[in-house]
Design a protein around this ligand. Sequence first.
Ligand code: HPA
Ligand SMILES: [Zn+2]
Length: 335
Amino acid sequence: MIVNNNWLIGLPKAELHLHIEGTLTPEQQFELAKRNGITLAYDSAQSLRAAYEFDDLSAFLALYYQGMDVLITQDDFYDLAMAYFERAAADGVRHADISFDPQAHLARGVALDTCFDGLLTAMRDARAQFDVTSALIMSFMRDRDADEALEVLEDAAPWYGEIAAIGLDSAEVGNPPEKFREVFARACELGLPRVAHAGEEGGPDYVTGALDILDVCRIDHGVRAMEDADLVDRLRDSQMPLTVCPLSNVYLKGVARLEDHNLPDMIAAGLNVNINSDDPAYFGGGMVNNFLACVAAFDWDQATCRTIAGNGLREAFMSDARRETLLAALADYAD
Ligand code: HPA
Ligand SMILES: [Zn+2]
């Protein structure tokens, strides 16, 4: 059966690797800049979008962290997240694990409670308005000091009950997992699950480090794990979830074309992969666009799309009841 746009929208999906700041569209950036009396370095949303040409992760991160300067108030975080949830719902996303970078906001003088209150209120409202459930991942920036991350982790104590996991993102190469050994050990002590970006631009040793040193329950990206056969065996045997972001890898030049991506090899190796949009405002759109791109590049059929969607639903941070509902909806979903 042909896999088309409408079928993919109806396919029950979870998104596990999504930076909420990466959902900030140029149009919303201008809207929030105006609301907060900020002058942007671009004269229109169109010219800002035209600047979205990235040679690598660090070129993207420079623009990405600059973009979030418009997020000042609780309402800004709320509106950002609600706009994402509305688009995600239209894409047939039924659950999203959304991550945010508190340090990027604290460094600009935006308090933790501003971020948490705005995001958590939006998450609650999105469930009621769009039937999209969600979980929150507090991510640390690996290019900043580990001491700072530890301090933020302690300062987030009032919200431990609201945090599904801690994460690790930003510039990977030169900031290996061992830099965050203490932070992740503390999170473990606090009973907080852990995920980390690894093997996006960094080599397979970053993935091994995330497993051995950070004791993560999911690897974000993980595509370069394929360069180490023993690691591939380990990931397959443990069925460690890998949150792959196909269009992100193309936009950040990890691969020249999606056809060159090793995602089909990962699936053939028996790895537990799911697909995600990472930063949809920057990398060519949301979940349906990522699925469509894979269908076009790898000739995926409905069965493959179902398997990948099921992998996401099984590994997302959601309640057992919600998972049961969504897996039943997936099983019932017609060809
Ligand atoms: O793809 C990414 N990698 C690392 N950090 C990030 N922050 C947003 N997106 C990314
Ligand atoms: Zn990411």
